[in-house]
Write a new protein. Structure first.
Length: 250
């Protein structure tokens, strides 16, 4: 069994300008579909919404366009700066999802979009995140957890690829660790016409199975009610790109 060699808190370094530059396809159209799906599954609340791990604010802008009161929290200062550049009206907080700086029952809706879960080296920290979601949700409040499809990630894993982006060569290598329970991606950025290394980054996500996620949510006091396999609302399955869970605090 291989072991993780990257930094345990890799997410502190990766989610910045390079991340934004390399993933331009994570755009407003995708955010619009995701927000539309969760708003269909959970009636839009009158009270505040927490966009947990809000990143550069693309989902928050969709909530704002619907006239909904959203607060975004993220650990990345560069991503929050990007969100602020998109709209000066966004309510943004820098913080750690394991220790939310909000009072009990502050929100009627908590949304966690696009695999912003499973980042921590210790799975108990993921459990703590779910406990924090439940703590800040009001009784009966709605949650949305938008995760990847672990089965499809394993079966379709591409060991490596190389591409050119913005005049640079980007090499990505992927592997499974901990007996297939974790997926790791290493991203190395070079000069386009040479081997001089410009950046070296790392991603690590724990591959929770659908049943595992549902059990973790229930243990935290969050009852799953609906599940989807993509942002159009298709059912989950082995080839679905996502595993999206909606439910309520009990």
């Amino acid at each position: 069994m291989s072991t993780t060699q990257g930094p345990p808190e890799w997410y502190r370094d990766w989610f910045g300008e390079e991340y934004l530059a390399l993933y331009p396809h994570r755009d407003e159209e995708e955010a619009r579909a995701a927000v539309e799906l969760v708003c269909r599954g959970c009636a839009p609340p009158e009270g505040p919404i927490l966009d947990l791990a809000c990143g550069a604010g693309r989902h928050m802008l969709e909530f704002e366009r619907r006239g909904l009161n959203a607060i975004g929290l993220d650990l990345s200062a560069p991503l929050l700066q990007q969100a602020r550049a998109r709209s000066r009206d966004l309510l943004l907080v820098r913080g750690d999802m394991r220790h939310l700086p909000f009072a009990d029952g502050s929100f009627q809706f908590v949304a966690n979009f696009f695999t912003s879960f499973g980042y921590f080296a210790d799975s108990h920290e993921d459990v703590r995140v779910l406990g924090e979601i439940r703590r800040v949700l009001s009784q009966g409040g709605c949650f949305a957890l938008d995760f990847l499809n672990a089965q499809r990630v394993r079966s379709g894993l591409v060991d490596s690829d190389e591409r050119f982006h913005d005049g640079r060569r980007v090499v990505q290598q992927r592997r499974l660790e901990e007996g297939g329970k974790v997926v790791v991606k290493e991203i190395r950025i070079f000069e386009a016409n040479g081997d001089r290394l410009l950046g070296d980054y790392y991603e690590r996500v724990r591959l929770y199975e659908p049943q595992e996620l549902e059990e973790m949510l229930r243990a935290a006091g969050l009852r799953p009610a609906r599940s989807y396999g993509d942002y159009t609302g298709s059912p989950p399955g082995p080839q679905a790109p996502r595993f999206i869970l909606l439910g309520h605090a009990v």
